[in-house]
Design a protein around this ligand. Structure first.
Ligand SMILES: [Mn+2]
Length: 317
């Protein structure tokens, strides 16, 4: 499938339901809101669903207020389109609805994408929004400042404000074109990276103060328990970005964060400076992502999980 073929297909449709992934980030929501605005300009009805709550800091995205948690009961959409969703699991309970559509379109940038849809477009870009940018151009829709803000949000958030190694010349080119179309880069960076609540700051301080090291400092580990979150008066979607901290330590090759989601169940995030392919490690546990950034969900005792993951890292160092 080429992006032009996806665009041609979308133009024939009357209505589209766009799926963002659970625990949504700037990329999945930026992709969904930008695509919705573009399709509306073509007269295609477009709605968005997302299993989880929308983080407050992303509520500036145009149209985000129309996102619902489940599809309208008695409306038949021509197609379902997922953005930034690498696996069936990223839909949470919404996958059983998604898979029932006669036409499903999967647009994503994760190398681990399982190609679960009828039409799949997966390209290894820094953000899904980079792909949606090309798709909107292929649709022949002019990018206005609202669409530009949505797309630049995904690029800025998935690249850590252009700091991660996933940034390519195309990432910067697209960002530059979006700025030209009216995107407010300063606002996007400020709202996503320099505007945390006191609760998040308190949680960050307590989690970082308990950072552990393994394998002679080559692995940096953050554990975020339910009680850490409660004591800070925080909520678990505030932990986004914590994982970047251990990688700022010079000896650390791999960062691991473990977020307790329920008793003996942890959401694991993995980041690598390059020596270790953490997508391989996440895949061992039914997760996935990118070579340098991936995640999985693991059940078991905290210390056992840490031992296992450190063993997996050690084998690859
Ligand atoms: Mn993404």
């Amino acid at each position: 499938m080429t992006i032009t073929e996806i665009a041609t297909e979308l133009k024939t449709l009357k209505s589209v339901l766009i799926f963002s992934h659970n625990r949504p980030d700037g990329d999945t929501l930026g992709s969904a809101t930008a695509l919705r605005l573009a399709l509306k300009k073509l007269g295609v009805r477009a709605d968005i669903v997302c299993f989880s709550d929308i983080p407050d800091k992303l509520k500036y995205l145009s149209g985000v207020e129309f996102i619902s948690k489940e599809p309208l009961k008695d409306f038949k959409y021509s197609a379902y389109v997922s953005v930034d969703c690498s696996t069936e699991g990223m839909f949470s309970d919404l996958y059983s609805i998604y898979e029932k559509s006669p036409l499903t379109i999967n647009i994503d940038h994760h190398v681990s994408n399982t190609m679960y849809a009828k039409l799949n477009y997966v390209e290894n870009t820094a953000s899904c929004c980079e792909i949606i940018y090309s798709l909107i151009l292929a649709l022949g829709v002019e990018i206005d400042s609202d669409i530009a803000d949505c797309l630049l949000t995904g690029i800025v958030t998935d690249t850590g404000a252009f700091c991660h190694s996933n940034v390519t010349d195309n990432t910067l080119y697209v960002a530059s074109m979006l700025k030209k179309s009216g995107a407010d880069l300063h606002k996007i960076i400020k709202l996503n990276f320099k505007n945390q609540t006191k609760q998040r700051s308190d949680l960050y301080a307590s989690v970082i103060s308990k950072m552990r090291y393994r394998l002679d400092g080559k692995v940096g580990i953050l554990v975020i328990t339910k009680s850490d979150i409660e004591s800070a008066g925080a909520v678990d979607n505030m932990t986004e970005g914590f994982i970047d901290y251990p990688l700022t330590v010079d000896t650390v090759e791999v960062a691991i964060s473990l977020l307790e989601t329920s008793k003996n169940r942890y959401k694991i995030s993995l980041r690598s400076k390059g020596k270790v392919n953490v997508n391989e490690i996440a895949s061992l546990y039914g997760g996935g992502g990118h070579i340098l950034a991936s995640g999985a969900v693991l059940n078991g005792h905290l210390e056992d999980i840490i031992d296992k993951l450190c063993f997996n890292v050690e084998q690859r160092l």
